[in-house]
Design a protein. Structure first.
Length: 455
């Protein structure tokens, strides 16, 4: 840790405590060590030789969601997320792991996520499980009881997987529709996104072309490396970053567009990730400067499409009919127009806290005619997903989620939107746990907007 952590960053913390109200784990536990200020104090104590990085130290580092909500509220601009990643990297380098844990991590981080073809094969196997009757059999037979409750819950809300990603469906180049192109946008398709949310990737491309962008999808891109960086596999994250930089640089794009807040947050920090590499530091800065969230690029650089909700259109037609009928003395009274669709939004932590994109998704939603947006209390607080945190820390994750859903229920929304696949799955799980499924569904904002494009 002495070699890995930035001591200047450690000493920047003024111990003011502004981070504590923003920290989900501190709010749940009330324990100083479970706050960003407390964790930084622990890190510094280890680096200064005042304590050993024992199991309790590691447990506190693991308990952190890595949501980085502490950063926007920090008056000293402490980059806590970087310190956390550096600490986890140091732990992973020196902490002995059981053989099966090492094998599992090696398979996931080196053999699976970085290999797009293998991910598509996994998608095909999962799709067969879901559609062949095996899923129904596994649920009815009780075979799923062999897995922990957290994994059984996640299995119940997984979307339909696919072995056909966005490139297989649309190709590597999709031209803008109508008018002069607003720019050349390189779409980052992700690894999990292109398997479990391939339809969202397709809709992202179509939404971008409607907004006036020529879209390029470099086929040589790979996993962003976020899961690696957050899990102490920093060297592997750097290698993945270099491959992505090369792929998008060769494509000659003006922008690099992400539809997943978790991916975008690391993509926009490739300059920091590669800062100590003389050969790649400048290229990392080139890449990071071009990264945009899909909602951000449409609002800032594109031609904003027209959106209309079906219920909203009916309401407009109903009001027009009522006006015409009122002019005729013999006309029967008009029926009351339908109520508008109510929509709320859960921020992706990394989209809001790292990419600093909070207004653009809300601004786009406000462009949809016929909906009513209700702000979610605590929308800027983590939902408990945090990559694979909900699998590694299921108790804390569920505790945070259940409290989140109390506020969600208060909105009375028909749609709960978000901008990150992990958040979306967590929100689906929350709706199921809170028994809100009959009145509400969780949807990626891209899918919600694409379905309401005025044709």
């Amino acid at each position: 840790m002495k070699l890995t952590l930035s001591y200047d960053e450690l000493t920047n913390c003024m111990r003011c405590g502004f981070c504590q109200p923003a920290c989900p784990t501190f709010q749940e536990t009330g324990i100083e060590a479970a706050s960003p200020r407390g964790r930084i104090a622990l890190m510094k104590a280890v680096v200064d030789g005042m304590m050993d990085p024992d199991e309790s130290f590691q447990a506190q580092m693991d308990l952190c969601l890595g949501c980085r909500a502490c950063e926007p509220v920090c008056p000293a601009d402490v980059q806590y997320g970087h310190l956390l990643e550096q600490t986890r990297d140091a732990i992973e380098r020196h902490e002995p792991r059981r053989w099966w844990v090492r094998a599992l991590r090696r398979t996931a981080f080196r053999q699976l996520f970085p290999q797009q073809r293998r991910m598509r094969k996994v998608g095909g196997v999962l799709a067969f499980y879901q559609r062949s009757g095996l899923r129904r059999f596994a649920r009815k037979s009780g075979a799923l009881r062999m897995f922990p409750p957290s994994m059984r819950e996640m299995e119940s809300i997984l979307p339909d997987a696919s072995s056909q990603g966005v490139v297989e469906r649309l190709g590597t180049h999709v031209p803008a529709t109508g008018g002069r192109p607003a720019g050349k946008a390189g779409m980052f398709r992700g690894c999990i996104m292109d398997v479990l949310f391939a339809e969202t990737n397709v809709n992202t491309v179509k939404l971008l072309t409607e907004a006036g962008f020529d879209v390029v999808i470099p086929d040589t891109q790979n996993c962003c490396g976020a899961l690696h960086a957050h899990s102490g596999e920093m060297e592997q994250a750097k290698e993945l970053a270099k491959r992505n930089i090369r792929a998008f640089r060769d494509a000659g794009v003006d922008y690099i567009v992400s539809n997943a807040g978790g991916c975008g947050a690391l993509l926009i920090e490739y300059d920091h990730l590669l800062r100590d590499d003389p050969e790649w530091a400048e290229l990392g800065a080139w890449f990071a400067a071009r990264v945009k969230d899909v909602s951000q690029i449409i609002m800032e650089k594109g031609r904003i499409p027209k959106f209309a909700d079906a219920a909203g259109e009916s309401a407009v037609e109903g009001r027009a009919a009522a006006s015409n009928e009122a002019a005729a003395a013999t006309a029967p009274p008009a029926a009351a127009p339908p109520s508008p669709t109510i929509v709320t939004y859960q921020d992706s932590c990394h989209l809001r806290n790292v990419m600093r994109v909070g207004n653009a998704p809300r601004d786009l939603m406000s462009r949809v005619e016929g909906i009513r947006f209700v702000e979610l209390a605590g929308a800027d607080t983590c939902c408990g997903s945090a990559g694979i945190y909900n699998l590694l820390q299921p108790q804390m994750s569920t505790q945070i989620l259940d409290h989140k859903m109390e506020h969600v229920a208060d909105t009375g929304a028909h749609y709960l939107l978000t901008s990150n696949p992990g958040c979306l799955l967590q929100m689906k799980l929350g709706i199921e746990r809170a028994k809100l499924g009959e009145r509400m569904q969780a949807v990626h904002i891209v899918d919600f907007l694409y379905d309401r494009l005025s044709k």
